[in-house]
Design a binder for this molecule. Structure first.
Ligand SMILES: CC(C)(COP(=O)(O)OP(=O)(O)OC[C@H]1O[C@@H](n2cnc3c(N)ncnc32)[C@H](O)[C@@H]1OP(=O)(O)O)[C@@H](O)C(=O)NCCC(=O)NCCS
Length: 184
């Protein structure tokens, strides 16, 4: 079980990382609906409507997705998803390049940070904490959930800083995207 971990941001503010709980559904709804249009256009692992979010909260125990958050002033400030295994569309693209993942050791990653906290170091430090926990779960690879949009320069740089490598570009939803992969 993931235990609460404390990290400090670039400005020395302290943040506690923990897993999402059922009672956080309303906070999650507010978080997602307060993201800027720019951030929303980059981050979409699931629908943001009330029903979908309350379903997530009600099904956490049977979920194959680990959902990490932190609270500041009673608001969620990052929301990061780690799905066990891969999603079909990602697995299919990698398979076309003759790359196949062990679904028991691969994880799929989708990060987001509230606009006011982007570039604060929160994303990188939170990933480092999550990575330690994934290593305990014998994680071998981390795949980006739906890749990253090629125009999302900050995110591409962020992933490279974390050790992800660019694998290939692909066209989806009228946009150029990049599959990036972290081999552990
Ligand atoms: C991508 C995201 C999760 C990163 O989290 P974060 O807390 O902002 O990340 P950090 O502050 O730890 O690191 C940001 C890194 O981005 C890079 N970066 C920041 N501004 C940049 C710019 N203008 N150009 C290029 N790279 C830039 C740097 O590598 C920076 O790290 P550094 O400050 O150590 O040099 C966050 O910005 C976010 O939620 N963005 C919107 C949603 C999104 O794009 N999600 C990813 C979908 S694939």
């Amino acid at each position: 079980m993931f235990e609460i971990k404390t990290i400090s941001l670039k400005d020395n503010r302290i943040v506690n990382i923990r897993l999402l709980q059922q009672q956080d559904a309303e906070l999650l709804y507010n978080y997602l609906h307060n993201l800027s249009a720019e951030s929303c256009s980059r981050f979409g692992p699931h629908p943001f409507d009330t029903e979908s979010i309350f379903n997530i909260g009600n099904n956490l125990l049977k979920d194959d997705v680990q959902r990490y958050i932190a609270l500041k002033d009673e608001q969620i400030i990052p929301y990061m998803l780690l799905k066990k295994g891969t999603i079909k569309a990602d697995a299919n693209r990698y398979a076309q390049r003759n790359t196949f993942f062990d679904e028991t050791t691969a994880f799929t990653y989708a990060p987001s940070v509230a606009d006011d906290y982007q570039n604060s170091g929160l994303g990188s430090k939170m990933f480092a904490v999550i990575l330690q926990y994934l290593k305990q779960q014998r994680c071998s690879h981390i795949v980006l959930w739906g890749g990253v949009q090629a125009t999302n320069i900050r995110a591409v740089q962020f992933y490279e800083k974390l050790g992800f490598k660019k694998i290939a570009n692909f066209w989806h939803d009228n946009k150029d995207n990049i599959d990036m992969l972290l081999n552990l």
